[in-house]
Every structure is written in C-alpha cells, then in structure tokens.
Design a protein around this ligand. Structure first.
Ligand code: PEP
Ligand code: MG
Length: 582
C-alpha cells in the first residue's frame, strides 16, 4: 500500500471531487544522468535518433487528428504542430543534443536536457518577447523527446477519461476554450492564483479545484491513483487512507444534498430578510454555458467576456461571426439583459489572432490591452460595437468597456459607438433606435479614484475586483508564488470599492460587482454593507450566493461594513470577516 499524501494549495470552488488521477502533459520528466563509454556513443546517438523519429510520428498523427477539429481551431493547432515538426527536423536543439552525447560522453536524456538548457539561456539573453515565447516550443518538443526516450506515454487534456481528476502544471485559457472540462471531476494545477483564469473557469463550472500546489504533486503521483480534490480547504489527497476517503465521501454526500436544497431556492427572489432586493446576474465564460444561467436563477448576464471569440484561431472573427454568437446568447436570455464586454485580451489571456499587437509588450498586464488596444484599433472596436448593437434587436443589451483609466477613454468609445449605430441605421439594419447603454469597468485604481468623473460619462459601472485587487496591491492575480498575498480584504481595496460604489450612487447609475470576490459568500455582507446591490458571478455560484443574501439583513450588513472600514490592518479585517455570522 502506498501511503496517503496531502498537498496544499488554494481551493477555488466550494466542492469535493474523488476520482482517478490523470496527469496531463507532465512537463519535464525526471532525467537519469550517466556517463557512457566511447564504444557506446554511436548506439546512444541511434537511441536518440529513434526517439526523434518516434516523436515525428506522434506529431504527424496529431496533425491528422487536428484536421478534424472545428475549422479555426484546426488551423491554429496545425500551425503549432508544424512549428514543432520543423524543430524536430534538424534544429539546433536536435543537433546540439546529438553533439553533446559524443562530446560529453553522456546519455541521450542528459544531453537533451543540457541542450534545452543552453538554448533557453540563449533565447532569454535576447530579451525579445517573441523569441521568449518560442521557449515554450523548445520545452514542448524537448519534453516530448524525453518522454519518448524514457518510454513515458504522451497524454493530453483531450484524453482525460470521464470523471478523472486532472493534475497539470497549468491549464491555459485557450485550452479551456477548446475542451469540455465538464468531463473532469476536478482540477489541480501548479500554476494559477485565486482570481486567475483557471480559477474563474473552474468556478464558473462548479468544478472542485485546487491551484498553486507544489510541483512535487506531478512527480510523485502516478496515473490512476485515487485522488481527492478538496476545493473548500484547498487540499489534494493522493491515495487517501480508508478513513480519509470515508470522511470525504461523507462531505461529498452532504454537499450533494445541500445543492438539492439550493435548487429549491431557484424560483425565490434574492432579497434580504429586511426586504432589500439584490440583482443577481451571471458571468458568461463561454457561449456554451448559456443554458445553465436561467437554470441557476440568474436575472441576465452581467459580464460576457468576448475574448473567447478571439481565441484558438489565426484570424480575427468577423462582425457576422460575433453577431451570430452574441445574438444567440441574447435570444436565449429571453428578455433578461446581456452585458457584452469589449475585447480584453492581454495579461493572462492571449490570442494568436491579435499576436502582432501584443507580443512586444514588456509587461502585458500594464501594456496595450483591453480598451487601450480597442481605441488604438478603432476598426476592431467598431466591428464589436456593430455586432453588439445588432444583437440588441433580440433583447436588451448593455456594453461594458474593460480596463478604463480615464473618462476620455469612455468618451472616445462612446463617439465610436454612436458612429457605429448611425451607420447601421443608415444601412437600414435591424437595430434599436438608440445605441445600447455604455458602462465602464472599475478595475484600475485610477478609475476607482476618479469614479465621480467617470460616472458623469458612463451609464453604469461594473467592479472588476480580480484586476482591482491585482493593481492595488501589486500582486499578479495568476502568479502562484505570491498567491497568498492576493488579498481582496486589503483596506486599500475596500476603500476603492466604497468610493466607486458611492460615486455611482450619487450619479444615479447602477454599480455591480463582477469579479470573483462577489462569488465568495464570505464577502457578501461586507459588499452589501458597502452599498452593492448587483452581483454578477459564475452560474455555479449563483444559488449559494442567493441563499446567503436571504440569510442576511441589510442593517446587519451595514454594521459589519462599518466595523471593517474602521480597520486599517488587513489581518484584523480578515478576522472580523471570518468571525461574522448572520
Ligand atoms: C475582473 O478583473 O474582475 C474581471 C471581472 O474581469 P477579468 O477577470 O476578465 O479580467
Ligand atoms: Mg479584469
């Protein structure tokens, strides 16, 4: 019997999953290192060239399979595989490794690892983001070769069996968009913070997930071992002892029962015990999630992230393609409003179709992204505006601008919105008489601090706390190394929220929260006490949030917020929030 092993990380979804561990793309296998005799050099080089041929075969087969993917994805994946095939056919990596076997008289795996290391060092020294990105390709091809040399079968995310627990170094937004993660029972990754992309995706699907786990989980876990993902406590248990397993089975059963009782609340209003109505909307990650929203009791969509229309493709989506996706969602919401956010590529979300604009950014989180990119490329923005305005013929639509810093940005965007609307009217397109309301995301400290002037030019606000926290406390939201310092309860963040909510209230515009903070019921009383009356969260978080709201009274929430806002020590704040009971 192998002993029980417990790994800790950040739990991001309120749930527990039990299943067979499935290691995805285990980055770099353990490499054996030994010296070889002169007489064996040729045989070792042959072993290496056999591995190269083997990998070439794998890549060819993948290329054939990629042809069966939806058109744009096929194009994208094929391009990547072709780059890898080119690398396997006599690149510096391959030549370097073969040379090192002879020069250093070492085994093929060791030689290859050394060749990967020197290439990486040379690439990094060039300090060019485009070349730095090619490092991923060297790593991918090198690891494939290492696996072939070591006879470790190659596995990828699309071969995870139903109900498996995915253990991966990282799951990128683009991978998420390509796959149906509903097949998995749970997710554990080495990279990713509480508000990074993987967390958002896991939460929106209600998938138990633990992120930011030490990398050792990948090296010490074998395929098929029993794994427990505890998204509540942030734990991954491999080979649970019988009593651990029984305990988790019990928790899982209780959670299932709890979700049945939550189902009963579906038709009930989100109203506090002292009669304050709260609006609950859903964040839409991918158009395919639309059915789950009304099922979960959402009153429309508070955030539709359009960047997913731009991922996994080499070309930009046309107005028609965007209109198709958008109008389908608006029609499916049957009169409940849909808030479309204009493109927010950059930071942790990249799209090859926009590569040329983004790859040279020294620091993508502070670079040409979101509204900045849209205003620099007005055609891109107008194409989105036109699709959104046209989708508005199918039901109420609002438009949201991401990463706004100044009121000039809103004014310039509004001018383009009015122009797009006028053009569509002139073309006799089927559109409403007035352009849709235009709102600003409050997710940069500068925007929060100038919320009063922004409110004068915006029709509504949406608080993007995922970024607001990141930019206020200078902690990358997806970086596992500093994940424990990512704290939405930092008094500086809370003051910015309070100020923005107050500015919106004074101007008489609606203010919602659509960051992950709004989905965590630990913060519901505080956020309501700070004046928020609209929440937009992943569909899977809606029922629990509604139950929380119904347990609270506004009076109690306001008192709680007052207590919190009197504190300036983050630890004291955490303590007050943890101890709060309705
Ligand atoms: C946010 O920043 O809080 C937000 C909702 O937007 P995104 O997570 O897409 O950056
Ligand atoms: Mg954001």
């Amino acid at each position: 019997m192998t002993a029980e092993k417990i790994f800790t990380g950040i739990g991001v979804t309120h749930g527990v999953a039990i299943g067979a561990a499935f290691l995805v793309e285990v980055a770099r296998p353990q490499v054996p290192k030994y010296k070889i005799e002169d007489a064996n050099i040729e045989a070792e080089q042959k072993r290496f060239s056999d591995a190269v041929e083997n990998v070439r075969g794998e890549l060819q087969e993948l290329k054939t399979r990629a042809a069966g993917l939806p058109e744009t994805a096929a194009e994208e994946v094929t391009l990547l595989l072709e780059a890898h095939l080119a690398m396997i056919s006599g690149s510096r990596l391959i030549r370097g490794a073969a040379q090192k076997i002879a020069d250093d008289k070492i085994n093929a795996e060791w030689a290859l690892e050394n060749a990967m290391g020197s290439l990486a060092a040379q690439f990094r020294a060039l300090k060019d983001n485009y070349i730095a990105a090619r490092l991923d390709d060297v790593e991918a091809v090198g690891n494939r070769l290492l696996r072939s040399l070591l006879n470790i079968p190659y596995v990828s995310l699309d071969s995870v069996p139903q109900g498996g627990i995915v253990l991966a170094r990282e799951i990128s937004p683009a991978e998420t968009a390509l796959l149906d993660p509903r097949r998995f029972a749970g997710i554990c990754t080495v990279h990713g913070g509480a508000a990074g992309h993987t967390a958002v995706m896991a939460r929106s699907l209600g998938l138990p997930a633990v992120l930011s786990i030490e990398a050792a989980m990948l090296d010490t876990t074998a395929h098929g071992q029993t794994a427990v993902v505890d998204g509540i406590e942030g734990k991954l248990v491999i080979n649970p002892a019988p009593e651990t397993l029984r305990r988790y089975e019990k928790i899982r059963a209780e959670l299932a029962q709890d979700s049945e009782s939550l189902d009963e609340l579906r038709a009930e209003p989100a109203v506090t015990s002292d009669g304050t109505q709260i609006t609950l909307r859903a964040n839409l990650e991918l158009p395919r999630d639309v059915e789950t929203i009304s099922a979960a009791g959402g009153q429309g969509i508070g955030l539709f992230r359009t960047e997913f229309l731009f991922m996994n493709r080499a070309t930009l989506p046309t107005e028609e393609e965007q209109f198709d996706a958008m109008s389908t969602v608006v029609a499916a919401m049957k009169g409940a409003p849909v808030t479309f956010r204009t493109l927010d590529i950059g930071g942790d979300k990249l799209a090859p179709s926009l590569g040329a604009h983004l790859e040279n950014s020294v620091n993508p989180a502070l670079g040409l992204r979101a509204i900045r990119l849209s205003l620099k490329e007005p055609l891109l923005l107008k194409t989105q505006f036109r699709a959104m305005i046209r989708a508005g013929a199918f039901g109420p639509v609002r438009i949201l601008l991401p990463m706004v810093t100044t009121s000039q940005e809103v004014e310039r965007a509004r001018a383009l919105l009015i122009e797009s609307h006028r053009e569509l009217r002139a073309e006799k397109a089927h559109v409403e008489e007035a352009p849709p309301p235009l709102g600003a995301m409050i997710e940069i400290p500068a925007a929060a601090l100038s919320a009063d002037s922004l409110a004068a030019v915006s029709d509504f606000f949406a608080l993007g706390t995922n970024d607001l926290v990141q930019y206020t406390v200078a902690i990358d939201r997806g970086d596992d190394q500093v994940a424990s310092l990512y704290n939405p309860l930092n008094p500086a963040v809370l003051r910015l929220i309070e100020f923005a909510v107050e500015a919106g209230r004074r101007a008489g515009i609606s203010v919602s929260i659509c960051g992950e903070m709004g989905a965590d019921t630990k913060y519901t009383a505080l956020l309501m006490g700070l004046g928020l009356r609209e929440f937009s969260v992943g569909p899977a978080s809606l029922p629990r949030l509604k139950r929380r709201i119904r347990e609270l009274s506004l009076q109690q929430a306001e008192e709680h917020a007052r207590q919190v806002m009197n504190q300036y020590d983050p630890e004291r704040v955490t303590d007050i929030v943890d101890r709060f009971k309705p």
